[in-house]
Design a protein around this ligand. Structure first.
Ligand code: NDP
Length: 249
């Protein structure tokens, strides 16, 4: 097993990519802290499934844009498990709107949920990982932050920020053996983009990929798992594109 006895905190793991990552990590031997903001029932179900696999799981409600709630999330995780090996910064939102329709509130909401949240979680997890002298962080960026396709402006800018945050914090993590990387998925079959896939924008983005089809959540989970596991110990500050070659389109 690739994550035997590790402890992983996954933000936004009540559904979608976060949920599937939680289950895949549990199958590889990791205990899991399931986090959510609204979907309590779904989060509890994920934890139940993890326990059926034979790993321990706790569910913690925390809004990752709120520093006090993030502090409480990590302190509950540490109190229960005694360590935190891996953080997956997965929680994120998309509010599809055209450029001229975007309001200041739309801008702030997406920046807070997608980017400020990762500043807060990364800063707050550091003392735990520094003391252990090891840690892995994998951030969910997006193809939207890598190449300048017909994306939603605030979403694209927030994810470009995630890439910058990943590379810059990797420098701060390196002296403590904290490896920080990101994955940048293109259009992935999931609840989040169900509506976008029906629009011209969604079809254009899929059309920009060399493979001319959306990806699957399992494609994203495989890369997250690789970056978080001890299979690799020499990659940090890197971004894996999971977009069917979309960056070449
Ligand atoms: P979903 O919308 O399916 O799930 C989002 C998860 O994040 C939910 O568990 C939700 O919890 C949680 N969440 C949202 N805001 C907060 C918050 N403030 N605090 C804590 N949890 C929060 O998203 P996906 O699984 O599709 O996406 C996951 C990540 O991958 C996101 O960062 C997204 O930007 C990125 N991504 C997704 C792509 C795709 O095609 N799906 C493509 C590229 C990147 P709750 O249910 O309780 O609200």
């Amino acid at each position: 097993m690739r994550l035997q006895d590790k402890v992983t905190v996954i933000t936004g793991s009540s559904r979608g990519i976060g949920r599937e990552t939680a289950l895949a990590f549990a199958k590889e031997g990791s205990h899991i802290v399931v986090n959510y903001t609204h979907s309590q029932e779904k989060a509890e179900k994920v934890a139940e499934e993890i326990r059926k696999i034979g790993r321990d799981a706790i569910v913690v409600k925390a809004d990752v844009t709120n520093r006090a709630e993030v502090k409480a999330l990590f302190s509950k995780a540490f109190d229960h498990f005694g360590k935190i090996d891996i953080l997956i910064n997965n929680a994120g939102i998309s509010r599809p709107k055209s450029f001229l329709e975007l309001t200041d509130e739309d801008w702030d909401e997406v920046m807070d949920a997608n980017l400020k949240s990762m500043f807060i979680t990364t800063q707050e997890i550091f003392p735990y990982m520094q003391k252990q002298n090891h840690g892995r962080i994998v951030n969910l960026a997006s193809a939207a932050g890598q190449y300048h396709g017909p994306f939603i402006l605030n979403y694209a800018v927030s994810k470009a920020g995630v890439i910058s945050l990943t590379k810059t914090t990797a420098r701060f993590g390196a002296p403590y053996n904290i490896l920080i990387n990101a994955v940048a998925p293109g259009m992935i079959n999931s609840e989040m983009i169900e509506e976008e896939m029906k629009t011209d924008m969604g079809k254009t983005i899929v059309g920009m990929s060399l493979l001319k089809r959306p990806g699957e959540i399992s494609d994203v989970v495989a890369s997250i798992l690789f970056l978080a596991s001890d299979e690799q110990n020499y990659i940090t500050g890197h971004v894996i594109s999971i977009s069917g070659g979309g960056y070449l389109g």
